[in-house]
Design a protein around this ligand. Structure first.
Ligand code: ZN
Ligand code: FE
Length: 253
């Protein structure tokens, strides 16, 4: 499967995934239409699907124009049936979608929004996680509780460690600075940030990451870490309480 990563707007990514064998192609969270249409043209690809993770404008902005130009089908969360423009196929946790022989499981991950879903291509070790999980961070709570988002993130944390995670925003550097403010002595985090700073100086994407890297560096995956709990003065407190405090601090960082 070929993956094209298109940086658009200030810090969004649109992904195009293409199965070489069948020729099937999908676009994930197209904020804009033109960069997608230009890429399809340049590659000579036919678009079968748009996959939306949630209804925010910077994830669905290109839906209708792309659909009009390509006659693709739009797949989105059943909970967002009324707010995903052009939706054809409403999916929920447990559903599977296919791109050629590649299959993706849909996971329900509310918190950032009430209908958020992610697409996990398990045999390909690929996760398209929208605004639920970011590199060294997670989505803001717009329509859900910290409790909900914590449960959603647990599902992602339980995926195989080698899973490559493709999120929709390049927020890595700000997220990493916040993470370092909590865990200045975390060596994995220090090394990751050096790498990230180098990439950003070269205007290169820091996405994808992996679940293993996130477990080592992302404070929202590390609410059980003694050093992090110590830094927050929350030693031994329940994971959700620690997570909630980290989310609150990040909002005010
Ligand atoms: Zn969003
Ligand atoms: Fe977004």
């Amino acid at each position: 499967m070929e993956i094209v990563q298109l940086p658009v707007l200030d810090d969004n990514y649109i992904y195009l995934i293409h199965d070489l064998e069948s020729g099937d192609t999908a676009a994930i969270d197209p904020a804009l239409a033109q960069p997608v249409l230009d890429t399809l043209n340049a590659k000579g690809w036919r678009l079968n699907y748009i996959l939306n993770t949630h209804h925010h404008w910077d994830h669905i902005g290109g839906n209708l124009e792309i659909k009009a130009a390509t006659h693709c089908q739009i797949i989105g969360s059943a909970n967002d049936r009324d707010r995903i423009p052009g939706i054809d196929i409403a999916v929920a946790e447990g559903d599977t979608i296919s791109l050629g022989r590649h299959k993706a499981n849909v996971l329900f991950t509310p918190g950032h929004t009430s209908g958020h879903i992610v697409y996990h291509f398990n045999e390909d070790d690929l996760l398209f996680c929208g605004d639920t999980l970011f590199v060294m961070g997670c989505g803001r709570l717009f329509e859900g509780s910290a409790d909900q988002l914590w449960h959603s993130l647990q599902k992602l944390k339980d995926l195989p460690a080698s899973t490559r995670i493709y999120c929709t925003h390049e927020y890595t550097q700000q997220n990493g600075r916040f993470a370092l403010s909590l865990e200045p002595d975390n060596q994995a985090l220090q090394q990751k940030m050096q790498h990230v700073d180098r990439l950003r100086t070269l205007h290169q994407p820091t996405v994808p990451s992996t679940i293993a890297e996130e477990i080592a560096t992302n404070p929202f995956f590390r609410e059980n870490s003694p050093s992090l709990q110590q830094a927050l003065n929350m030693k031994g407190l329940p994971p959700i309480a620690v997570f909630t405090e980290i989310r609150k601090r990040k909002d005010n960082y």
